[in-house]
Design a binder for this molecule. Structure first.
Ligand code: NAP
Length: 289
């Protein structure tokens, strides 16, 4: 019976996920670099751990939701890292958006410590995390997924087992490649409409009601028009994902000018001081161009 779950990383996504686990009745331990976010979960009933190792020590499942490869590496395997503290047979669940290379290495490290491992990056954003409606893309062994499933079900509306470790990273990076390209081209289109002095709401209604109308275009486009930059997904994290996607493509011989160009929009926005804002804020530097 899976009772004890540790959540490492309580940012926009991890805090919503930890709250869903608490709401489902799990015994939850939390750790976050900035302690105030962990204490907010402590007020909701979680045990606030002093280190990743302290969070992981008696957990059946340890879920990480961290910024990038280097942070994931440090939190699982660095000083006071979670992996060496875990019980044999417990399951490490890496839900951050990461490279296939790193999740593969992490899976090997977990196996060497007698810990089961799945990668489980997610689609959905802040609101889906807060509502327990994420979609988990899973790579790894079926028995490890079976052990983690009750926890994933508390946080998500769907679980898709894509294959061995690395499969989910590949699909997740492709997912965000397409999202990032759409957001970048959307920002350029909105700036174009504004610079032409068009009725931007009317012009955008053509995109919102036409063939380009993906959930991404509609959601991020609305936020760009409303200048609503409260973060759902932060600018530097999309730059990271597009960089990882470009690398994944390059690894199979595809030099993606598209991924690189889209990434540059997010890098530029970050350099212009938009790094703490939602990805919709990339439109601002184009408005000022
Ligand atoms: P976030 O709010 O920026 O949270 C990032 C987390 O990483 C925080 O817990 C942060 O700690 C931690 N962190 C960053 N640098 C660190 C360091 N040097 N040492 C230790 N901890 C560090 O981002 P998020 O939106 O929750 O995203 C988390 C992961 O989910 C990312 O991999 C992202 O790509 C992915 N993701 C995000 C979304 C989305 O829509 N937001 C959707 C799907 C997947 P602090 O609180 O101390 O900064």
């Amino acid at each position: 019976m899976t009772n004890k779950i540790a959540v490492l990383g309580l940012g926009i996504m991890g805090s919503g996920m930890a709250r869903q686990l608490l709401a489902a009745g799990f015994d939850v331990a939390v750790w976050n670099r900035s302690r105030e976010k962990a204490e907010a979960l402590g007020d909701a009933g979680a045990r606030v751990a002093a280190t990743p190792a302290d969070a992981a020590i008696d957990a059946d499942i340890v879920v990480a939701m961290l910024a990038d490869d280097s942070v994931s590496r440090a939190i699982w395997t660095g000083e006071d890292g979670a992996l060496p503290a875990m019980k044999p047979g417990a399951v490490a669940v890496e839900s951050s958006t990461l490279t296939g290379d790193w999740v593969f290495e992490l899976a090997r490290e977990a196996a060497a410590q007698g810990v089961r491992f799945i990668e489980a990056p997610v689609t959905g954003s802040r609101d889906q995390a807060a509502q327990g409606q994420l979609r988990f893309l899973v790579g790894g062994e079926a028995d490890a997924l079976a052990a983690a499933r009750p926890a994933l079900e508390a946080m998500g509306g769907a679980i898709v087992h894509l294959g061995p470790v690395g499969s989910a990273a590949t699909v997740k990076l492709a997912n965000n490649f397409l999202c990032g390209v759409q957001a970048a081209s959307l920002a350029e289109a909105i700036a174009l409409f504004e610079k032409h002095g068009l009725d931007v709401e009317q012009a955008m209604s053509i995109l919102f009601d036409g063939a380009p109308a993906s959930p991404m275009v509609k959601g991020v486009g609305r936020r760009m028009l409303d200048r609503d930059y409260a973060p759902h997904f932060l600018v530097p994290l999309m730059a990271k994902d597009l960089g990882y996607a470009a690398q994944a493509l390059a690894d199979v011989g595809i030099q993606s000018a598209i991924a690189q160009a889209a990434r540059q929009r997010f890098v530029d926005a970050d350099a212009a001081g938009e790094g703490h804002r939602d990805i919709a804020a990339i439109v601002e530097s184009l408005r000022k161009a």
